[in-house]
Design a protein around this ligand. Sequence first.
Ligand SMILES: [Zn+2]
Length: 336
Amino acid sequence: MPRFSAPKSFGLLSGLLAATALSITVHAQPRPAVVDPPEPAEVAGHVAKAKQIAGDNPLLSKMARDDYWCMKPSVSSKVVVDALNGAKIHAPGQFFDNLYLLGTTFVGMFVLKTSDGLIAWDALNSDEDMRTIFEPGMKQLGLNPADIKLMIVTHGHFDHFGGAKYMQDKYKTPVALSAVDWDTMLKTPGRANGPTPPARDRVLADGEEIKIGDTTVRVVLTPGHTPGTISSIVNVKDAGQMRTMAMWGGTAFPNTSAAVEQMRQSALKLRDAARAAGAVGILNTHAFFYDMVERKAAQGNGPNPLIIGADATQRTMEIKAECLAAQVAWSKALGR
Ligand SMILES: [Zn+2]
């Protein structure tokens, strides 16, 4: 698992979503390259179906064709390793009127400004990240970490909970995970070298609604990436208008075919929740999976590119589910 060390010069960053990211040191454990088994018979059909769902939408086509989800194991595993090894700090970015992303090109955290304090999702990799990325970034955004009313940790991997204990200790931030992933945190591979998990605090249940000020977060448990991954349906403001977004909580493929199948079902569950809520876009704290920073940076005077519409939002999750069906077959072929 990754640990990042940020350079002392982070404070020099200027401008939201600046393209000038700084190199940081990555201490990733070397992983052996994945060798592809012969392609299982059912893969081609699922990939073709994913492309069909994408139709002529460029964003969805890329997702179905060459993003990660439908790729063979040697390629998809390299996407993650390359993102990890090439991780750079990006300037804090404003995705919506009241939603900010702080972090690296590999993993970030969202901070949402409600009419009654802040909500955060995830906590980067470590205490050091909080000191060198989060705190300076919040200062740059004019936000106070002490105003975070709830920190939702999407799942119990330490590139998501790394700085949660720091937040508890320094700011008395309430930290929430699913019941299952409070336990997952204690079992994360590489724990010995990883950060100390936060003290057990709030538990979020499937379907729970959290209201803070003018904002409602609906918790959607989407197991697969971890047994207790949390996705969220949340309202944000865009150019003064309330919009609903679906935040997918777990990203990379898990390492058993049973868990990949669970993730496939969870993708459809989030599709259904997005449909019911009228969600018009997807968010993820691994923003590189959806080119979110690049898409937002290219907005110019046009509409917010992170709003893709209800239909494309649901189709995103359907493409993901179709690709995950292909990944179940690959995973079995790898003997997992
Ligand atoms: Zn994870």
